[in-house]
Write a protein that binds this ligand. Structure first.
Ligand code: GLN
Length: 198
């Protein structure tokens, strides 16, 4: 059974641990580099990306995170987690760093004031069956993608889910819906990475 960490510096960690268990993985909170070293994949939760970024630097996790993502560890970021996995933020707060790994530019809080939080059905490539119920909370969108980045979903003409190699990101929060198919997709990525070629 794959062991999947959830970066537990800030954000909706518990909801991801529940979703991972439902998707047949063992979820584990990760706060220290030694804990990061022991997981087969990692989820970066929703929350506040500036806070997660600062705490990652403070806890000595930023470089280990970058190293593991560069080495191909499967990662999945939701909302603030998507921002953390983007190579570039359109308008970063001062000092806000990202882990990177996905060759995209993200726009924070992109859906604007009138629409800060909403739900919408989203068709996600790779998720079988009905569209996913997308919960968007002060969500980012992907402003532009690089040549290697696959667009998995759009909402209102804006990119809200992407994948590049072993890195997956969604603007929305599947961990808040009770529908664990997106986590299932990610756990499959982790399994495939553990057993290459099988
Ligand atoms: N607006 C937050 C940020 O910029 C993300 C919100 C979320 O994760 N729900 O980090």
């Amino acid at each position: 059974v794959p062991v999947v960490g959830v970066l537990a510096l800030q954000g909706d960690v518990r909801e991801h641990l529940v979703a991972l268990a439902a998707a047949d993985a063992v979820g584990r909170a990760v706060r220290r580099p030694e804990e990061l070293a022991e997981v087969d994949g990692l989820v970066i939760p929703g929350g506040e990306s500036t806070t997660i970024s600062k705490l990652a630097v403070l806890f000595g996790l930023m470089e280990p995170l970058r190293a593991r993502v560069r080495a191909g560890m499967p990662v999945y970021g939701t909302c603030a987690g998507m921002i953390m996995l983007a190579d570039k933020i359109l308008d970063p707060r001062s000092g806000q760093e990202t882990i990177g790994g996905i060759d995209v530019i993200v726009r924070r809080n992109a859906f604007g004031r009138q629409n800060e939080s909403f739900e919408a059905t989203v068709d996600v490539k790779g998720v079988e069956g009905d569209p996913v119920d997308g919960v968007f909370i002060r969500a980012p969108w992907v402003e532009s993608v690089g040549a290697e980045t696959e667009v998995l979903a759009e909402h209102d003409g804006h990119i809200v889910a992407v994948r590049q190699g072993n890195a997956l990101a969604t603007s929305f929060h599947p961990e808040l819906t009770g529908d664990h198919r997106v986590h299932g997709l990610f756990v499959e990525m982790v399994r495939a990475n553990l057993a290459p070629g099988s």
